[in-house]
Ligand binder design. Sequence first.
Ligand code: SF4
Length: 699
Amino acid sequence: MDGAGLPETRSTCPYCGVGCGVLLRADGQGGLSVRGDPDHPANFGRLCSKGSALAETLGLESRLLAPQIDGQEADWDAALQLVANRFKQTIAEHGRDSVAFYVSGQMLTEDYYLANKLMKGFIGSANIDTNSRLCMASTVAGHRRAFGTDTVPGTYEDIEEADLVVLVGSNLAWCHPVLNQRLLAAKKARGTRIVVVDPRRTASCDGADMHLALAPGSDVALFNRLLSDLAKHGAIDHDYLARTEGFDAALAAAEADDVAVTGLQEAEIAAFCDLWRTTEKVVTIFSQGVNQSTSGSDKVNAILNCHLATGRIGRPGMGPLSVTGQPNAMGGREVGGLANMLACHLDLENPDHRAAVRDCWDAPTDIPDAPGLKAVDMFRAVGDGRIKALWIIHTNPVVSMPEADLVRDAIAACPFTVVSDITAATDTARLADVLLPATAWGEKDGTVTNSDRTISRQRAALPAPGNTRPDWAILAEVGQRMGWTKAFDYETPAEIFREHAALSGIAAKFGRDFDISGLAALGDAAYEQLEPVRWPVTAERQGGRFFAEGGFFHPGGKGRLLPVRHRPPAARTEPRYPFRLNTGRVRDQWHTMTRTALSPKLSAHLAEPFLEIHPTDATLLQILPADLVEVQSPLATAILRARITDAVQPGQVFASMHWTGETAPSARIDALVPGATDPVSGQPESKASVVAVRPYRAA
Ligand code: SF4
């Protein structure tokens, strides 16, 4: 039986923040066929290699199918009661800030909402942070500083309506491939010009008109030069500027910066500024090369400054567009799943906001008035004993966090660690005291929000295997067993979604942007049928863009330009560590490969971890193509296959971040990356470590 006669289920791809719609058809043998949904507004039927190979990743061979306590199979009752008891006991003995949740942009909005509600509203701590801290925390900080809220102003359609698209720190071709397909189609149709700003010549440069290979971390200086150039040539939109404040200070800071730190030629800088200034419809897409930096927030604001100063925002084909790495990074932001945020874009520091959320939740305790521990600090607190009970949900920090060896040792020493995941075969799961088996993509129901604010359903097309349960049900059960029976009494994800939507209506009364109150009365059947919808969703408005006429969310309604200055990366190269290490994704793998490694087709693209190094450096170090090389940072050493290429600049090397202790024990790249973070966003600097490189000689 091939399932051809069975109906298709509409769902959403579980990989990147593009949020492509997929159509799933059960094959009658426990698997699915997957094709792009022609009606989904993110992809209109397109899929990239990862989305196309989803059907190859659904096997049960590596699945966690029953709870485990200390490595032994257990029943749900014993596992959940142990989790509830140990968290309660730890809080009673050491206080509410002695526990923490580390969650993930892989979670559905309903799961994320309950994790945040349990920690901030009922446990009464803000110690919930997420792997989205590694992904887009700097964008959140930049948005909030400029707009008053974490608002994405534009839409994907802007990419197709722009005449110039600037990709900053974004390898769109590999990391958001369907958006890149849309961009290249627009280039073909209307001649859109494309500029790539990236130290490395990535696959995104293949379709570009200009590549600015700036020095790592120097984006602020480049965009400061652009702001100065716009002012010098009378290209500032003073009517729009009246809806903002801070221009004079931002310009003074920009003029004081020295673009020479970018290492670019004056002629190419001038060409970029001319193109930007003389093109009205400009979209600037930015991603991890901007965010993963100790000056990430300032980089975001340097970009936003240029769009605000020229009024190129919120109108068709114009505006900044942050593209998120994870499928539900945006949903996590909306529910307040970061240590410094409250639900529905409300502010932890605001007593009225806290009181409103507490009332809505009927919470027994005050919501904390200060941020909790952000990811890097959270694991350091695990390491030094301040955190004594930790729940990690759908993420693998032993591989993906900076200073990963310290994170591994901290988790190993933590008195009580719970891991919820779909597999026990991760470096993190192996350290857990309790393993909770969750349902996987294709088996679970809920919503996700993509990078242009479109909320889409993920739907189950396969039965939950073994003893797996949805994350929302696991969290609700633990909340109930900790004593909050009524507050965590949910039967369906639709109930949670309605509560989330109703809370957004309360937030809107405080002038917040995230308002989906129009979905608060959605019945179960309507939730089941929910079509992709871009927020806001209210009685008066659905979707659209923000800020074409101003209307910012700061008190007084003005947007803010920020004075920002170039700061170099925290780690400095020195004779012992002369290379700058950049890290990133490859086209056909995802995060720590728990899903994509199951696909033979995806693994055929790049079969093993590698280090890109420039031919000049390779010659000096006597490294030949495909040699093994040892890459050493002040923290750790990795052994990788050399790929000699002039895609990287001399003095710079690049390594992918996917391979793990399971697939390649010597290639845990994030063990090399230090824990330096942006002082505003707390996001680690994953793209500017310092390392030594030498040929590997087996002992
Ligand atoms: Fe999935 Fe992203 Fe590829 Fe779309 S672009 S199919 S969301 S991985």
